[in-house]
Ligand binder design. Structure first.
Ligand SMILES: [Zn+2]
Length: 282
């Protein structure tokens, strides 16, 4: 039997409207900048509450890549009150970016991406600490960032950097949220490298030079697809930081936007993986 959809999937809350108070009057959050109102739609979730919000405020997320995936990921983590965000990119904003990279406006063309992104994210949430790295990420820098991070988001578009981020996260045992979007095909998964059962990126995708040549930057991509994937990465990062729900660890979520078919497949840690086999046995 097909389950009927809820007649109103988004029922209005009592008192909802412009300027109407939404937080309970006895809220005693010590959040800066009117946090009880800013984060009220999260605080209203039973699974979230003040404890999860405090975990967000204390957390550090590192986002590598401030393009199509990094834009929505950074936006939602900043808006949700992740206390420290480090955003890494070494490109300028150009006209071809504006079609899908939602942190940037046409007036930003020619600016450094991390600077335009920082301005935009500060306007969204001035209460968080934003750090930027305007450089191509080498292994040493990625290791330093992974050690400092509570979660790392891989929002890059080339396999060489993806593998370097993975090695850094394996070494630091930092949770890694990986996303990719090419043409109409997107995928997201979580490598929770604090967990001995979790695969790493290399367990799924070996280093292959022919793949490296197929840089996503040179291929077309449906604009909303990067929003779908980057936003999903933000959701998984928030779940990892707050401990709510069940992350995509050990599952690869794939979407074909042409047919809008979603599929999830199980992925396992490889015992022969040259990158992560040195961890504790699974
Ligand atoms: Zn591995």
């Amino acid at each position: 039997m097909v389950k009927k959809p809820h007649p109103h999937p988004n029922p209005p809350l009592e008192g909802e409207g412009v300027g109407a108070p939404v937080a309970s009057p006895d809220t005693t959050l010590s959040l800066k900048g009117g946090g009880e109102l800013r984060y009220s739609r999260h605080l209203l979730l039973n699974e979230w509450g003040q404890e999860a919000q405090a975990k967000c405020a204390a957390a550090h997320a590192v986002i590598v890549g401030a393009g199509g995936l990094g834009s929505p990921a950074a936006h939602f983590l900043a808006a949700a009150g992740v206390g420290t965000i480090t955003l890494c990119d070494d490109d300028d904003v150009d006209l071809t970016n504006i079609q899908r990279q939602m942190l940037y406006a046409t007036a930003d063309i020619g600016k450094r991406k991390v600077e335009a992104a920082r301005d935009r994210l500060r306007a969204v949430n001035p209460d968080i600490a934003l750090h930027v790295r305007d450089a191509r990420m080498d292994e040493a820098t990625l290791c330093e960032l992974a050690r400092a991070a509570d979660v790392v988001l891989d929002c890059t578009d080339n396999y060489k950097t993806r593998h370097a981020i993975n090695r850094a996260c394996v070494a630091a045992r930092a949770p890694l949220v990986s996303g990719a979007a090419i043409r109409f095909y997107g995928q997201v998964t979580v490598f929770d490298l604090r967990n001995n059962d979790s695969p790493c990126y290399h367990c799924l995708f070996g280093e292959n030079e022919s793949l490296e040549e197929a840089r996503a930057a040179t291929l077309g991509v449906l604009a909303p697809l990067v929003g779908i994937v980057g936003t999903t990465q933000a959701a998984e990062a928030l779940k990892l930081l707050t401990g709510i729900g069940e992350p995509l660890t050990g599952r690869l979520l794939m979407v074909d936007a042409l047919t809008m078919r979603w599929e999830t497949v199980r992925v396992k840690r490889s015992r022969r993986c040259p990158v992560c086999s040195g961890r504790e046995p699974n």
